[in-house]
Design a protein around this ligand. Structure first.
Ligand code: IVH
Length: 701
């Protein structure tokens, strides 16, 4: 049979149409799952729509072939489109996880260290269930509910005001006199288990597909375009946090949440104020027991530092607050069959073995694949095709294989052998001494590597090009429109080859003027890009968002960074030392970053990109007026009023770069008690030294 996905609907034979409908049903269901259950779509809305449209067109031509499980029979499964975007006034963050008592102890210890609290000061914590629903941001102005949004990517969500209004737990107007002028209320939308069962029973009776779990049902319900549908789903809401506030709140988290209840919100009845972590851990044990009896799913207990002045000082690390942690319940496990072991190729050419499993529900989702990390891991745990295995999934953690059940091993099951050729391009796959991974040596000639790098380049945290999702990149790469990143910015020149012309039978299916125009506009909007995004987009191994920011902050501009890295790649020790000296950049990262600049083809990519796009200098705008913006600071010795991490975080907030050792480039060395060689070196180099008190005075306390 022909490659059907490209055959025009009107040319399909009946047999081809049937198999195409089967493929589309599966594929659309897959993307629905990513969208609804994981909130992590892998294709653009446009690409998704194209799939649905094709499905519909085939069904119109062959109505007798419409399947039981056809996407067109599913109500409310269409992705939420047409929701306006909402900028949260303060970002909506996620939480760090703790999996053991030790992790919780370490959390409290890190709070103490950061705040420099004596060991005997107790840290009061609130403890409350972690609800397994989806978070929402509700904006109240003068006590009136004016806008509600999903979390989205944390910075920008979708406007679901009309849907949230249908939830009885969401007050339209707040009661009481201490209502702030403006507040972003944060909490969890969820579907009670009892009502979930009822909803599914009704759906089954009506011949509609049932929801996999309450979270999934809640997520699907809240993103309905028609609020009447949302209203018919019995959703609830617990308030547990807040974002921007204009007005006064009490001094503690506990009192603030009490106040929420006075205003008319539902707050979780199991929440408790605990004097210390010991009490919090007792509550955790109790909740783990109660869990099965609750009418809503919970996947752990959230602890929050009670004092708000401490929360303020603790602040955030990348996306999670330092003042809160989620203590997760142990992972749910399941037993299934390991049908086979496959091997995939990643952005950096790493070959990763993965498990192909007989589908099984665990932790509320259907799992049929799981990563096996690397060949040593497979050998160590001795997973073989045909084995019966224990798998687990803890909350938002990806599924993993725990162990084999040896009694169930079929006779003749063979140990797994990692291929020494890339399964995609056939190039040699080699494993360097001391490395866990085997890599394809094909570089950019390996289509998967090229595609994965392009996908990364366009992804949300990087260039963030809307409409340039996985599928589009894949298609354009396959058809020869995209070889490397620079081609993205030259795509507009290929309009005639891409835009579909039915009469001439040229162009790509699904690419009308409108869609192509939108894509080109999205690309044009990214010809100016912030430095951290650009650095991230390069896809240097180990350089994630946090490191990209550090590099941007330290070097200030692409030109300065590149010049320094090229010097480092040529062996300039000072340049290597400067990189190594950035707090948060370790030696193996240095190797990867410098290694990137040692490759001629990477420099060529940078040269080409420079002709197409403008990379902004790193904006210190938020801290203009700060006396230490752009200055390099080293802290040494023991500080009196704050921990080292707090000192560093505050200096960085003010736009300073914090380094680990003193050099000619250091602007200030802040000297605490018992400072050693760094203080001496500073004096020898004539670098300004400050006492802690002088530093605090300089930065305004
Ligand atoms: S506090 C800055 N409390 O967990 C901290 N989150 O993993 C804000 N969640 O996105 C979150 N129950 O959707 C908090 N009692 C609770 C929670 C809770 C569930 C969710 C929330 C958040 C996610 C973080």
């Amino acid at each position: 049979m022909r490659e059907q996905s490209h055959v025009p609907v009107e040319q399909l034979t009946e047999k081809e149409a049937a198999s195409e409908l089967a493929r589309l049903a599966k594929e659309i269901a897959h993307h629905d799952r990513l969208y609804y259950q994981k909130d992590a779509p892998q294709i653009s809305d446009a690409a998704y729509d194209a799939l649905r449209q094709r499905n519909q067109a085939i069904e119109r031509r062959f109505p007798e072939l419409i399947r039981e499980d056809s996407p067109s029979r599913r109500v409310g499964a269409a992705p939420a489109q047409g929701f306006a975007k909402v900028n949260h006034l303060r970002p909506m963050l996620s939480l760090g996880n703790a999996f053991s008592t030790e992790d919780v102890a370490e959390f409290v210890a890190s709070v103490r260290r950061f705040l420099k609290l004596p060991a005997d000061t107790s840290v009061a914590l609130t403890a409350e269930p972690k609800i397994d629903g989806l978070s929402a941001n509700l904006r109240y102005e003068d006590g009136v509910f004016v806008q509600g949004a999903t979390r989205g990517d944390g910075a920008v969500g979708e406007d679901i005001t009309a849907n949230l209004r249908t939830i009885p737990d969401v007050p339209h107007r707040l009661r009481g006199k201490d209502v702030p002028e403006l507040i972003e209320m944060r909490g969890e939308v969820y579907l009670p288990r009892s009502l979930f069962a009822k909803l599914n029973a009704e759906r089954e009776k009506a011949g509609e597909p049932i929801f996999a779990n309450p979270r999934n049902a809640a997520a699907g319900s809240v993103r309905q375009l028609d609020p009447a549908i949302t209203r018919s789903r019995p959703l609830r809401f617990f308030a547990y946090a807040w974002g921007e506030v204009r007005g006064r709140l009490p001094d503690t988290h506990w009192e603030t949440v009490q106040r929420f209840a006075h205003w008319g919100f539902k707050t979780n009845p199991l929440a408790k104020l605990c004097r210390d972590e010991g009490e919090a851990l007792k509550l955790y044990a109790r909740m783990a027991e109660q869990r099965a009896q609750l009418d809503y799913d919970i996947d752990g207990v959230v602890y929050k530092v009670n004092r708000l002045d401490w929360q303020e000082r603790l602040g955030f690390v990348s996306r999670a607050p330092r003042w809160a942690v989620a203590h997760k319940f142990p992972a749910e496990q399941a037993i299934t069959r390991l049908e086979d072991i496959g091997v995939s190729v990643g952005r950096t050419g790493a070959l990763t073995p993965y498990a192909i499993l007989t589908a099984v529900t665990v932790g509320g989702v259907v799992v049929s694949r799981a990563t096996l990390h690397n060949e040593d891991e497979v050998a160590r745990k001795d997973f073989r095709a045909g084995d019966t295995v224990v798998i687990q999934r803890a909350g938002d953690v990806i599924p993993q294989l725990v162990r084999v059940i040896p009694e169930k091993r079929p006779k003749g099951a063979k140990p797994f052998v990692m291929p020494d050729k890339c399964p995609v391009c056939g190039s040699l796959a080699v494993r360097e001494e001391g490395q866990a991974v085997r890599r394809c040596t094909g570089g950019l000639t390996c289509p998967t590597q090229a595609v994965e790098r392009l996908i990364h380049f366009c992804s949300r945290g990087a260039l963030d090009i809307e409409g340039m999702g996985e599928e589009t990149v894949q298609e354009f790469h396959e058809k020869g429109f995209l070889a490397g990143p620079v081609d993205i910015f030259r795509l507009h020149r290929r309009r005639h080859e891409i835009v579909r012309d039915e009469k001439k039978d040229t162009g790509l299916r699904g690419w009308g003027e409108l869609r192509f125009g939108n894509l080109v506009r999205a690309i044009e909007a990214r010809r100016r890009v912030a430095l951290p995004r650009f650095i991230l987009a390069l896809g240097i191994p180990q350089v994630g968002e946090a490191t990209a920011r550090l590099l941007a902050r330290n070097y200030g501009s692409l030109e300065a960074w590149r010049a320094a890295m090229e010097r480092a790649a040529k062996g300039d020790e000072e340049a290597v030392a400067e990189l190594d000296n950035i707090e948060g950049v370790g030696p193996s990262m240095v190797t990867d970053i410098v290694g990137f600049f040692a490759e001629r083809h990477n420099l060529k990519v940078l040269d080409e990109l420079a002709k197409e796009i403008e990379v902004e200098e790193f904006a210190q705008a938020a801290v203009s007026g700060s006396p230490v913006a752009g200055k390099t600071v080293v802290f040494t010795g023991t500080l009196e009023t704050m921990g080292r991490a707090e000192a560093k975080a505050r200096a960085e907030q003010l736009g300073a770069k914090v380094a680990g050792s003193v050099s000619k480039k250091t602007d200030y060395v802040v000297i605490g008690a018992d400072a050693g060689s760094k203080a001496t070196k500073a004096r020898a180099l004539g670098v300004a030294t400050l006492t802690e008190e002088e530093w605090l005075k300089l930065v305004g306390g």
